[in-house]
Design a protein around this ligand. Sequence first.
Ligand SMILES: Cc1ncc(COP(=O)(O)O)c(C=O)c1O
Length: 415
Amino acid sequence: MSSRADWSYLDHAATTPVDPRVHRRMASCMEREGTFGNPSSVHPWGRAAAAMVDQAAAQVADLIQADPAGVVWTSGATEADNLAILGAARFAANRDRGRHVISARTEHAAVLEPLQQLEREGMEVTLLPPEADGRVTPDAVADALRDDTVLVSLMHVNNEIGTVQDIAGVGEVLRDHPTRFHVDAAQSAGRLPIKAEAWGVDLLSLSAHKVYGPKGVGALWVRHRPRVRLEPLLFGGGQQSGLRPGTLAPHLIAGMGEACAIAAEELPTEAPRLAALRERLLHRLMALDAVMLNGQRQGCPHVLNLSFGCVNGDALQAELDGLGVSAGSACSSSERGPSHVLRALGVPDALAHSSLRFSPGRWTTEADVDQAAALVAGAVERLRAFSPAWREFGQGARLDELYGGNPGHAQESKA
Ligand SMILES: Cc1ncc(COP(=O)(O)O)c(C=O)c1O
C-alpha cells in the first residue's frame, strides 16, 4: 500500500483538515467582493470586517461558554499559551504580587517552555507529577498552592494520552486565591464541553487547526469580569487593546469562528461517536497480549495511546504502511527520545518507544478503525515472531520483569 488515498488518517490530535463549510466561509473573506477589509478601518470595508470579527468572537465564546469580549486572536495555541503564561506571571511579578507558578510535568511544550523562560527571569515553577493515568488532582494543586502563587496552568486534555483534567475541581480549589488560572484547551475544544466562566478559568488557549479550522490562527480567552490583566508580548499598532497588536486576519478569524460554531453544534453527537470509535479500537487492540493503555480508560474520545510490549518501536513504525498515526517516541519535532509525558507516567523507555497514539476525527468511520486495528495487529504479530522478549512473555514473564520501570501505570491486556 503506498498511495495516500488508501491510508487511514488517525492523527487528528496533531491536526485536522479544514471542514469544507469553514473553507467556504474563509473564501468569502478574501476577494474584492468579500469581507477582506482591515477591521481597524472606519469605512464600510473595515466596518464589515470588524463586524465579522465580532461574530467570530461570539462563535468562539459560545463553544467555551464565556464572554465574547475576552477573545484575543493569536497565531495559534502556542502563542496563546505564551501570552497567558508570560503575560500573567510578568504582570504579577512586576507588581510584587509573587513569583511562584504551578503547572504539571505532562503539559505541552508550548506551556513548559514559557515556564522555563519564567525560571530564567527568576520565578519559581512547581511542576506537579501526574497520577498513574496522567491526572493532576485538585488536592495536589491545593497542596502546592502558596501565598505567592500568581499562576496555575493546567491543560484540559493531554495531547498525547487524552487524559482529562478536573478543571472545575481545580477552579474550585483556586476560587478564593488571587492566583490566575490558565487552561490549555487546544485538544478538548469540540470534543468535550468547556465551561470557562463557570469553572473559574481566567485564561484559556485555543487553536483553530485542531477543530477543522485553518492553521495559523488561535485565541486566548481572557476573563473580563473581574478583569485579568497581562503584559503583552508584542508592541505595535494598538489592535486588540494593545494586548496583541497587528492587523487582524479576517479570513483566518472567520474560519476559526465557523469551525467553533460547527464544533459546538455537532458536539452532542460527535463526542459519543468518537468515544465509540475509540472503544472499538481499544477493544480490538487489547485483544493482543501485552498491550498497555497509557492514560485513562475513559479518556478524551479522540485520543487513544497504547504501548505494544515485546515489539521494537522503530520496527513497528516502519511496518505501519497505510496508517497515519503518531508514535510515542516522536510526539514533537523538538523532542528526542521517549515522550516526556509517558516518562512522567512512569512508562519504561522501551514501552514508550513502542507506543502509538490513535486519533480519530470527524470523517473517521468504523471501517477505518477496523483497518487500523488489523494493520497494527498484523505488524505486532510479525515483529513478535522474532522477539526474544515475546518468547519470555509466553513462558510466563511479566512485563515489569521484562522492562523494569512501573508498567502498573497502565492496564495490561492479559498478563
Ligand atoms: C495541548 C496543546 N497545546 C498547544 C498546542 C500548540 O498549538 P498550535 O499548533 O496552534 O500552536 C498543541 C498542538 O500541538 C496542543 O496539542
